[in-house]
Design a protein around this ligand. Structure first.
Ligand SMILES: C[S@@+](CC[C@H](N)C(=O)[O-])C[C@H]1O[C@@H](n2cnc3c(N)ncnc32)[C@H](O)[C@@H]1O
Length: 398
């Protein structure tokens, strides 16, 4: 892979090598010193995996262009990888990258039922179950939209659902996203750059030049010869890390709980309430992220105050829409929403299985293999530790 990249114009690779690091696995090792901010290496645009390159491929492109509706970005990249992997000639360079990819992944979609049960009640449990079904549905759509129409391009034994899952996990765990101008963004996989592991000790230091289309990695901190070079994947909570990347960080400060608030259209004064939610930047169904530093965002209270409005509250609120329900509306309304919150958060916490104390004990005793699936699921489930304490204090103090 490295010789193909160098021939294609990659720079900086001589100062680096792939190496195994204890407790983290394969990553990139510095073979010399790097000063913070220095460009470590650059991968040219011609070898990146992008949606544009997939469409520009003379064999794959026309098939992708004919798919209706068009494929999502992740599906396009996943099919591009599988397509290149399946070719017998003409794709040596990209195939040398594919040969360096892991052959299996540890995303939560591969957890066994008993492993997944360890995080029952968490958003990871619900999203993983949903995702497994979604992947099966998406695969069936690909079969009818693409594979059956171009049987010569997509030999069925190299485009099975297991191949599709592998390619999707390749994209989820290795793709980088960059914001461009005009609110546009680009998702790409950079050969070699995708060998960099994550550390929250460095600032974001991978950059994309929209003019040249090249990808560069800068030193996020000073490195000595022999150090592992890291990038920062972003402030990702453990449930996402486990779903997309197949690892977790114990005590992750970015841990959060996605609280879904929704109201049925049959509810009293639904239309008026919906308008108030929209004026407050919310909606009749909205997902609000509870974090360890902000376990009870004001938007939760705002949503519930509007949800519990009675006929007379609605009239006065509609007159003063401003920042709807950002403050207490009435004592009765406030008591109602706080009682509801205590009840529903207790319900949410009770929904977690197994009990927090049991999980803490099992983890402390080292029952689960570190970094294994059960260990990851247990750590995701521990997220409630922070919310249980912080949240309750906050509700009692209202
Ligand atoms: C972009 S790849 C990095 C290269 C990867 N280690 C490899 O050998 O191909 C991302 C994957 O590396 C692993 N990884 C990255 N950072 C990690 C970390 N801090 N701890 C444990 N595993 C990590 C996870 O398996 C993740 O899905």
């Amino acid at each position: 892979m490295e010789s193909w990249l160098k021939r294609s114009g990659a720079t900086g690779l001589d100062g680096l090598e792939l190496a195994d690091f204890l407790g983290i696995g394969r990553g990139i090792k510095a073979l010399r010193q790097f000063e913070e901010g220095e460009t470590i290496f650059t991968i040219p645009q011609s070898v990146l995996w992008t949606v544009d390159h997939a469409y520009a491929d003379p064999i794959l492109g026309p098939a992708l262009l004919s798919a209706r509706p068009p494929l999502s970005i992740d599906d396009t990249l996943a099919i591009y990888i599988l397509f290149v992997r399946s070719r017998r000639s003409g794709y040596d360079g990209r195939q040398s990258h594919i040969a360096a990819l892991p052959t299996s992944y540890t995303s939560s979609i591969f957890f066994a039922e008993n492993e997944l049960q360890l995080c029952a009640g968490s958003s990871l449990y619900a999203t993983t179950i949903h995702l497994i079904q979604q992947i099966e549905d998406d695969y069936q759509k690909l079969v009818t939209r693409l594979f059956e129409r171009h049987e010569n391009l997509f030999p069925r034994d190299e485009f099975t659902i297991d191949d599709y899952k592998w390619a999707l996990c390749t994209v989820w765990s290795r793709a980088m996203d960059f914001k461009l101008h005009d609110e546009k963004s680009i998702r790409l996989l950079g050969p070699f750059a995708d060998m960099l592991n994550h550390s929250s000790q460095v600032e974001q230091c991978h950059t994309y030049d929209p003019i040249s289309g090249n990808l560069s990695v800068l030193a996020g901190k000073p490195y000595e010869c022999g150090d592992q070079v890291f990038i920062n994947y972003g402030p990702v909570p453990n449930n996402r890390l486990s779903r997309l990347y197949g690892f977790v960080m114990p005590g992750n400060p970015n841990d959060c709980y996605d609280l879904v608030l929704s109201t049925q259209p049959e509810a009293p004064f639904f239309e008026q309430k919906r308008r108030l939610w929209v004026s407050a930047g919310l909606d009749s169904t909205c997902t609000i992220t509870l974090t360890l530093t902000e376990p009870l965002p004001s938007s939760v209270l705002q949503y519930l105050r509007i949800q519990r409005l009675n006929a007379s509250d609605i009239v006065s609120m509609t007159l003063h829409q401003g920042d709807a329900a950002s403050e207490k509306i009435s004592t009765a309304n406030e008591i109602e929403i706080l009682e509801f919150l205590v009840e529903s958060i207790s319900g949410l916490l009770d929904g977690f299985k197994p009990q927090l104390e049991d999980l803490e004990e099992l983890l402390a005793k080292g029952v689960y293999t570190p970094a294994g699936n059960a260990w990851m699921a247990a750590h995701v489930s521990m997220v409630r530790e922070g919310f249980a304490g912080n949240g309750r204090e906050r509700y009692c103090g209202q």
